[in-house]
Design a protein around this ligand. Sequence first.
Ligand code: GLN
Length: 547
Amino acid sequence: MARYIFITGGVVSSLGKGLASAALGALLQARGFSVRLRKLDPYLNVDPGTMSPFEHGEVFVTDDGAETDLDLGHYERFTGVAARRTDSVSAGRIYSNVLEKERRGNYLGRTIQVIPHVTNEIKDFIAIGDDGADFMLCEIGGTVGDIEGLPFLEAIRQFARERPHGACIFIHLTLLPYLNASGELKTKPTQHSVKELQSIGIAPDVLVCRSEHHIPQKEREKLALFCNVRPDAVIAACDLPSIYDAPLAYHREGFDRAVLEAFGITPAPPPQLARWEDVSDRVHTPDGEVRVAIVGKYTRLEDAYKSIAEALAHGGIHSRVRVRGEWVDSEIFESEDPAAHLEGCNAILVPGGFGERGTEGMIKAAEFARKRSVPYLGICLGMQVAVIEVARNLAGIRDAGSEEFDHPAGVKRVTPVVYRLKEWMEGNRTIERAADADKGGTMRLGAYNATLRVSSRVADIYGSCAISERHRHRYEVDIRYRDKLEKCGLIFSGMSPDGRLPEIVELADHPWYVGVQFHPELKSKPFDPHPLFREFIKAAVEQSRLV
Ligand code: GLN
């Protein structure tokens, strides 16, 4: 049976609980333990799939097709452990399960209440598949004191009570604000937050304190005394120049040792940190810089493209260059010349997105990359706009577009070289979607295989002709235009195994131009960059040498 580590947050939101959990996971792995990380979100959406990226940042997709919180991306990037559907749950999902059971009569006519019915549902979720890892790390979203979070805190309190003594510990992450006027770190908000937790019946074993300054011994002792933890279980988490410094920084502060001590695992097995030392070293001593323009729709909020930003950085870590991302809102290209914004860039990436807004600007960015021989990586919508651009400007289909850009009830305005998929194969199963299906969970989601053309650029990059990548989209490039587009130099070099769905296109006569229907960024790690990002950044480095 696994040991459980529950991570809660206090004082303010956005303290980097996900990152702290991910870094702790990496440190436990470095000491030879296996881990699985899980996120429990108290919001009422059933999953983040239908939430705007501006609300919630990126939707992270798992191999088994779940649309989850972006923290699962951090977990995977730091531990390399592929997340599953059962690693992310929201209050919306929990309540919807409970209500479904109530309708089915599973509760035998009883009154359904938060305790025990909702808390039982949460506990059942926490324990799914708990024999597969030495440690299960469960992060509770939100901040202690939120009304929505209460059933989750109550559930983890009960959970720890029901397990054998010493099988569960609690970590609380808080903020120590610094007062310039008095030159002091203030511990009172943390004391209050811990009191609130204690009133629910949870006593933290380890306190992780975000602060802009080193925590003086006096404050550490005060926190230990008032919050009822040992002084060496008060861990300082200072701001870091790179998130990839987190495992080493937390290790120096004794985080992993304090956690293992709380479980009574002493002496702790020695850690192997070479992987993180190498990553940190490469991040901090780059041999140059490349500029990559990311031309998309949700560029106001970097979290909306979190995994892309990280995957670009991973490519940079591999080539030992700093990657400077220039986030450009594609809409401005509808009125301004893209050259003014893109000329100084060494590569262009058009990421995924939904809806018509901004797509004409993305098409212009793809055209610029093609004509000026600038390395181009189009992801999902970024591949679709690349196909539309070539169809319009090289294949002579002047009104080429995507069905997604046609007004549902209006007259057809485009020749759809990209169309809405209604039926596809998942393994041996046929999946069908009605045109008027609900918005939630109606996409081609999760890992699908693709077959790459022998001796294509991508087969070379992957070093294989059989790949599996994660998908999240409703529309597909129409295979009926393949011959016409290939004659113009746009090669369909990756296809679904049944040969019906284009997965990758590449330009034959271009230094580096690749469009992919899937999301390679979701599988990239700092210590193992995704091959497409690794080679895309290499191409950007080449390009920077030419200018
Ligand atoms: N909107 C496009 C589709 O649904 C692209 C989706 C994406 O980029 N993730 O196919």
